[in-house]
Design a protein around this ligand. Structure first.
Ligand code: MGD
Ligand code: MGD
Ligand code: MO
Length: 765
C-alpha cells in the first residue's frame, strides 16, 4: 500500500510574525505569577484553576506532571508547591477542551498535519479510543475491547516478539511502568526504548562506570549546606523553576554559584521568588557569582583547564585536593594527572572560549570550597562525548572529595517527572541479569535476555522493516526523536502504531498502516478501580519515592488508567500464556506495589512507607561514599578534548527549550526570558557572525546539515542576534530536529547529539 505523502511530519513552515525584545536578566517575580494565572485561566475556569493549583505537590495531592525536581521535605508553601511552568503543565492536562469523535470526523489526518503542534495540543483532551483503519483517512471511535483485540492480533501474528517496540515517556507512574515492562517481557522482548535514551542516558552510563550508580548522589538538603554549586548545561529558570528557590536558599546560607552555559540564561543570573513577598518588590537575589559563557561542547576543555590550574596550586600549597579521599576511595588518579600535565592551558582556553583568567577565577572559588555540588542537564548529555563530559565532571568532584558527604555530590537534574522511576521499574532495553532473574522467580516465566532496541535503534529497525508494531506509553515519538523525516518514514512502515496518550500530537498523525489512539487518565485525575480510589507513586530526581493522588474528575468517562490499559493489553495478548493475575493487580494497586517490593531492591514495606509523609529515599551507595563499581572505588577517567573543525559559514547548533513548552507540548509562543515573542522558528546567532555572514536581524534563513552524505533542511528561521559565543547558534526543539542525524549520537549511551549539530545557513526567499 502506498504511504500517504500528504501528511506533514514537520510543523507548518511559514514566516512567523516574531517580535524581539531585550533578553531579561531576572527570573520569577510578578510576571511568573501573571503568566501562570493566564495559562491556567485559558484552560480552566477560575475556581477550578485555584483549586487545582493548590493541590500540586502537597503531601496528599498529586505530583506535578512537569519536571522531576524534588519537593521540600517539610516547608511546603501553602500557596501550592508549583511554579509558573508547573502551572502551565497542569493547565495543559486539566483543560476543559475536548478532542471528541466529532472532532476527528471534521478532519482527515493529512488536514490535521497542516496545523502547528501548538494548535494540535490546544484542542484539548482526547475522550475516546480511536482507530484509523487501513486505507482510511480519518480516525473513528472503537471500543476498548476491540482495540485490545486488534493489538493482540497484530502482536501474536508477528514472526518474532522482537518485531514489536514498546516506547515509554517519563510521565508513567511506577505502577504502570512495572506492569508494562512485565507484559513486554512476558510477550518476549526487551524492546523497551524510552525518553531517557534521549535525555540522561549519558549520565546513567558515566555515573555507573565512575561512581557505581546511574543516579545523582545529592539530596535537596545538600543545597542548603554546599559551599559551591556549579550549574552546567542546564536552564533551571525555565525547565526546573523550583530549583531556583533551593539556589536562593543556598546563596542565603553563603554558597557561591558558577554557571557554565553558552547563554546568559535569565534564571541563572537573578531570581525573585514568586512565593515570597520580597519576590514582588526589590531586585531579587543574585544567583550566579561567576558566569562562564563556554562554547557549545567546550566543557571538557574548560574543566581540564580549571583542573590544571588546581593541580598547579596543589603542587605549590599541598592542600587543594582531598588526598585522603583520593587515596582511600578512588582509582586512576595517576593516569588522570599524567594526562592533565600534558595539557596546554592556552589551547584549552581556545577550545572552550573561556580565558585563562576566567578559569583562574573558577579555580579560586573551587579552592575556597570543601563541599561542591555540580548540577547538569541536556547541555552536557546531548553531545557525541556526552558520557565523557560527565566523567570529567566526576573527576573534578573526586579531586575535592566532594561526593558522599553533606553539601556535595553529583546532581544530574532529571527531566520528566518520573523518568528516573521508570528506569528503576525496569523500563530499560538493557536489563541487568539480576533484575531478570528476580522477575523470573517472582512471576515464574523465562524473560528474554538479549538486549532490545534503544530509541535510535528502534527507529532504524522500523526504517529497515525489522519492526512492524510500535506501541507508545505516552510521549511524542515522532517529534521528540532526531531526524524527523526519517522517523516519520519509520513509523509509516509499521503495520500498527498505538499511542496511549492524553493529548493530540504529531505522533498520532504519522502512523502505521493501522493506528490506534488510546486515551488515558492524567496524573491530576481521580483513579477509581474495583477496590476503590487508587494512588500511584513516582521517584523524583533525588531518589525519593512518594505517592501521587489525582483529585480532579476524569476528562471523560471513557478514559482508563495506564495500569488498567497495560493489564488489559496483557490479558488480550498473552491469555493463558501468562500466570499473572493481571485483573487482581489492577483492582488494587497495593498488589502491584507488593510485587515491585519482591522484585526490586530498596522497596521494602513499599505500601507502608509510600504512605508516609513525603515518601522514602531509595538506597544510594555514592551518597554514603560507597562506590559499587567493580573495584569498589570511584574511578578517575581520562577524557579527550573535542574540537569541532568548523569551516567558514559553518556553525555548531544546539536545540533547546523555550520558556513556553514542555518538550514537544507547546504551551505558548513566547520565550519571555530570552525576549523572543510570538514564534518559534528562530536561530539565535552572535552579532559578529551575523555581520560576517551579511545577515540582518529579522532575516529569514534556511538551515542545512550535511551528515554521511545526506543533506537535511530546516526552512524559514528568523535570525535573532543574541549573546552567544562565536560560531555557535541555538534553535528550538522540536522544530530543528529535522536537522539532527539519527546516527549523530553519544558514544556508549547512544543519546542523540542534539546539542552539537554542524549547520550552514542561507537566506531564504
Ligand atoms: N518547562 C519545562 N520544563 C522541563 C522541560 C520542558 O521542556 N519545559 N523538559 C523536561 C525535560 S524532559 C528535561 S530533560 C529537562 C531539560 O532541561 P535543560 O537541560 O535545562 O533543557 P534545554 O533547554 O535542553 O537546556 C539546555 C541548557 O544547556 C545549555 N547548553 C547547550 N549546549 C551546551 C554545552 O555544550 N555546554 C554547556 N555548558 N551548556 C550547554 C543551553 O544553553 C541551555 O541553557 O527539563 C525538564 N523540564
Ligand atoms: N532536538 C532535541 N530533541 C530532543 C531533546 C532536545 O533537547 N533537543 N530533548 C529530548 C528529551 S530530554 C526528552 S525527555 C524527549 C521527550 O520525549 P517524549 O517524552 O516522547 O515527549 P513529550 O513531548 O514529553 O510527550 C508529550 C506527549 O505525552 C502525552 N502525555 C502527557 N501526559 C501523559 C500521561 O500522563 N500519560 C500518557 N500516556 N501520555 C501523556 C501527551 O499526549 C503529549 O502529547 O525529547 C528529546 N528530544
Ligand atoms: Mo528529558
Amino acid at each position: 500500500m502506498p504511504k500517504p505523502k500528504d501528511i506533514n511530519p514537520q510543523p507548518p513552515i511559514t514566516k512567523e510574525n516574531i517580535q524581539l525584545k531585550q533578553p531579561q536578566t531576572v527570573a520569577g517575580g510578578l510576571p511568573a505569577i501573571t503568566s501562570a494565572v493566564k495559562h491556567a485561566f485559558r484552560e480552566m475556569d477560575a475556581q477550578q484553576s485555584i483549586k487545582t493549583l493548590f493541590q500540586v505537590n502537597q503531601m496528599d495531592g498529586f505530583d506535578c506532571p512537569g519536571c522531576a525536581w524534588p519537593d521540600p521535605d517539610d516547608r511546603r508553601s501553602v500557596l501550592g508547591e508549583y511554579c509558573e511552568n508547573g502551572a502551565k503543565a497542569i493547565a495543559e492536562e486539566a483543560t476543559k477542551k475536548r478532542v471528541t469523535p466529532e472532532f476527528f470526523q471534521q478532519y482527515t489526518v493529512a488536514e490535521l498535519s497542516q496545523y502547528s503542534d501548538f494548535w494540535l495540543g490546544k484542542q484539548g483532551r482526547i475522550t475516546q479510543p480511536m482507530v484509523l483503519q487501513t486505507g482510511q483517512t480519518k480516525y473513528e471511535p472503537i471500543s476498548w475491547e476491540s482495540a485490545f483485540q486488534l493489538i493482540a492480533k497484530h502482536l501474536n501474528e508477528l514472526n518474532n516478539p522482537n518485531e514489536a517496540i514498546f516506547y515509554t515517556s517519563g510521565r508513567t507512574s511506577n505502577e504502570a511502568a512495572f506492569l508494562y515492562q512485565l507484559f513486554v517481557r512476558q510477550f518476549g522482548t526487551n524492546n523497551l526504548p524510552d525518553c531517557s535514551n534521549m535525555c540522561h542516558e549519558s549520565s546513567g552510563v558515566a555515573l555507573s562506570e565512575t561512581v557505581g550508580i546511574g543516579k545523582g548522589s545529592v539530596k535537596l538538603e545538600d543545597f542548603y549546606v554546599a559551599d559551591l554549586i556549579i550549574i552546567q548545561g542546564q536552564n533551571p529558570g525555565t525547565n526546573h523553576p523550583r530549583m531556583l528557590s533551593a539556589l536562593q536558599q543556598a546563596k542565603r546560607n553563603g554558597a557561591k554559584i558558577i554557571t557554565i552555559n553558552p547563554l546568559p540564561e535569565a534564571g541563572l543570573l537573578r531570581f525573585k521568588n514568586p512565593q515570597e513577598l520580597s519576590g514582588f518588590v526589590g531586585s531579587g537575589t543574585q544567583l550566579t557569582d561567576l558566569f562562564l559563557p563556554v562554547k557549545i561542547n567546550g566543557d571538557v576543555a574548560l574543566l581540564k583547564g580549571i583542573m590544571k590550574i588546581l593541580w598547579d596550586e596543589e603542587q605549590a600549597k599541598d592542600d587543594i585536593f582531598d588526598k585522603e579521599f583520593i587515596k582511600n576511595k578512588t582509582v586512576g588518579f595517576e593516569e588522570f594527572i599524567a594526562d592533565l600535565k600534558e595539557q596546554d592551558i592556552v589551547k584549552l582556553a581556545k577550545a572552550c572560549g573561556i580565558s585563562v583568567r576566567e578559569m583562574e577565577q573558577a579555580a579560586d572559588l573551587i579552592m575556597q570550597s570543601k563541599n561542591i555540588i555540580i548540577c547538569w542537564a541536556m547541555g552536557i548529555t546531548q553531545h557525541k562525548n556526552g558520557v565523557e563530559n560527565i566523567r570529567e565532571i566526576v573527576n573534578l568532584l573526586l579531586l575535592k572529595g566532594s561526593i558522599g558527604k553533606a553539601g556535595a555530590g553529583t546532581c544530574p537534574v532529571r527531566g520528566h517527572s518520573n523518568v528516573q522511576g521508570d528506569r528503576t521499574m525496569g523500563i530499560w532495553e538493557k536489563p541487568k541479569a539480576a533484575f531478570l532473574e528476580k522477575l523470573a522467580q517472582v512471576f515464574d516465566f523465562e524473560p528474554p535476555s538479549a538486549h532490545g532496541y534503544n530509541t535510535v535503534e528502534a527507529i532504524q529497525a522500523m526504517a529497515d522493516n525489522k519492526a512492524k508494531v510500535f506501541i507508545a506509553m505516552g510521549g511524542n515519538f515522532l517529534s521528540a526523536t532526531p531526524d524527523t523525516e526519517l522517523t516519520a518514514e519509520a513509523l509509516q512502515n509499521c503495520d500498527l502504531t498505538v499511542q496511549i496518550s492524553t493529548k493530540l500530537n504529531r505522533s498520532h498523525l504519522l502512523h502505521g498502516k493501522t493506528a490506534l489512539i488510546l486515551p488515558c487518565l492524567g496524573r491530576s485525575e481521580k483513579d477509581i478501580q474495583k477496590s476503590g480510589e487508587q494512588f500511584v507513586s513516582v521517584e523524583n530526581s533525588m531518589g525519593v519515592v512518594h505517592q501521587s493522588r489525582g483529585k480532579l474528575p476524569p476528562a471523560s468517562p471513557h478514559l482508563r488508567s495506564e495500569p488498567d490499559i497495560v493489564a488489559a493489553l496483557a490479558m488480550a495478548t498473552l491469555g493463558t500464556r501468562s500466570k499473572v493475575d493481571w485483573q487482581a493487580l489492577v483492582d488494587n494497586y497495593d498488589l502491584i506495589r507488593d510485587k515491585i517490593e519482591q522484585v526490586i531492591a530498596g522497596f521494602d514495606n513499599y505500601n507502608e512507607r509510600v504512605r508516609k509523609k513525603g515518601g522514602f529515599y531509595l538506597p544510594n551507595g555514592a551518597r554514603e561514599g560507597q562506590f559499587n563499581t567493580l573495584s569498589k572505588k570511584a574511578h578517575f577517567t581520562v577524557n579527550q578534548v573535542v574540537t569541532h573543525q568548523l569551516s567558514a559559514g559553518e556553525y555548531l547548533m544546539m536545540t533547546i527549550r523555550s520558556h513556553d513548552q514542555f518538550n514537544t507540548t507547546i504551551y505558548g509562543l513566547d520565550d519571555r526570558y530570552r525576549g523572543i515573542y510570538n514564534g518559534r522558528r528562530v536561530v539565535m546567532m552572535n552579532e559578529q557572525d551575523m555581520q560576517k555572514a551579511s545577515f540582518k536581524k529579522g532575516d529569514f534563513v534556511n538551515l542545512y546539515s550535511h551528515y554521511e552524505g545526506k543533506k537535511r533542511v530546516a526552512a524559514c528561521f528568523m535570525v535573532v542576534p543574541y549573546p552567544i559565543p562565536r560560531q555557535c547558534v541555538a534553535t528550538y526543539f522540536p522544530e530543528a530536529n529535522v536537522l539532527v542525524p539519527l546516527h549523530l549520537k553519544a558514544h556508549k549511551s547512544d543519546t542523540p547529539a542534539s546539542k552539537s549539530v554542524v549547520v550552514r545557513m542561507e537566506l531564504c526567499g
